[in-house]
Design a binder for this molecule. Sequence first.
Ligand SMILES: NC(=O)c1ccc[n+]([C@@H]2O[C@H](COP(=O)([O-])OP(=O)(O)OC[C@H]3O[C@@H](n4cnc5c(N)ncnc54)[C@H](O)[C@@H]3O)[C@@H](O)[C@H]2O)c1
Ligand SMILES: [Zn+2]
Length: 367
Amino acid sequence: MSTIAPGRSAQPSTSKPENGVMRALFKHHAGEGLAFDAARPKPTPGPRDVLIRVRKVGICGTDRHIWEWDQWAAGRIPVGIVTGHEFVGTIEAVGSAVTKYKPGLRVSAEGHITQWADFNSRTGNAHIASDTRIIGIDRDGCFADYVVVPEENVWPVHPKIPDKVAAVLDPLGNAVHTVMAANVSAKSVLISGVGIIGLMAVTVAKAAGASRIFATDINPPRLDLARRLGAVAAYDVRQGDGFINEIKAATRGEGVDVLLEMSGAPSAFDQGFRALRNGGTAAILGIPSKPITWNITEHVVFKGATVLGINGRKMFETWYQMEELLLSERLELDEIITHEFPLEDFKRAFATMMSGEGIKVVMGVGG
Ligand SMILES: NC(=O)c1ccc[n+]([C@@H]2O[C@H](COP(=O)([O-])OP(=O)(O)OC[C@H]3O[C@@H](n4cnc5c(N)ncnc54)[C@H](O)[C@@H]3O)[C@@H](O)[C@H]2O)c1
Ligand SMILES: [Zn+2]
């Protein structure tokens, strides 16, 4: 991972969008893949929206589902939509009623949009609003020269945070939300699944003061990276569940204080809770592809476990915590963001991500 990965040195595209039209990656049919449109109409911001000229975007596991057109995507994604929800860009224009921001500001955005009218939005929990619509999923997203978001969703990016990192604040925010919800300071932590978000969680948990971090996965290079980022032990679960006894032996025979589930794999839910001590806390981010069978009596009731469901990022507490952690320079993200391709090279970018060769793959859109 320390060598320059193919595509990494590729420069972002410098071609400028034409007046009135833009380049965009969109879901062109109810099937596999995405298509490139060189002349998609440029969106117009409503009175309370901002128009953002996109500079860099991140490819998320969700974009992979949309590319592959699995059951979830087929049931949720409107054909024709511009995909993508992780980005950094520059405000180009603001709607007539926008008061907080001006053109020229470098920004990212919270991709979950709510009308701020339901119970949760009005009581500090907008990340679980009942009317949430997500950019790149329910409405046009950011794999394009331009994206429109409501003023409320804009996140001004601190000048010390580089574009490459600013493009992936959305998944980094998932990691920060999960780690902070579980309150890891001076605690032993098991992270099950060190993919994009799990690896981010390793460095975030370390920065947030976790005493010892254990990790599991089925991918040896990712387990190696988890060790380099600070995990004291990282186990390949394909070699069996003997690691649970090793973790217990290292934790007074009891198990870890905290489980962060970040794989979505059904077996990881079972193994993770077996490695959690009685009275421990589990924060679950991972999403199994279908309902799973799991022993709630052993894992939660008798164990007296606290189980936290984690959705998105807290608005905007997670974003402030993330900025503080980034400015502390304690997060190591360089080896997690492995590749960069220009937007036009999206087929290679997706292939690099989907083959597992790349971890977080970024695409350069504009200057
Ligand atoms: N709750 C939310 O708001 C939210 C947001 C984003 C992603 N997610 C979910 O979080 C999970 C992680 O997302 P990601 O983008 O990091 O995905 P990812 O695919 O990059 O990471 C998943 C990792 O789990 C590993 N894995 C597979 N089987 C395993 C097993 N049995 N034990 C341990 N590890 C195993 C994979 O090798 C991979 O490295 C996914 O389930 C995703 O759908 C949830
Ligand atoms: Zn995402």
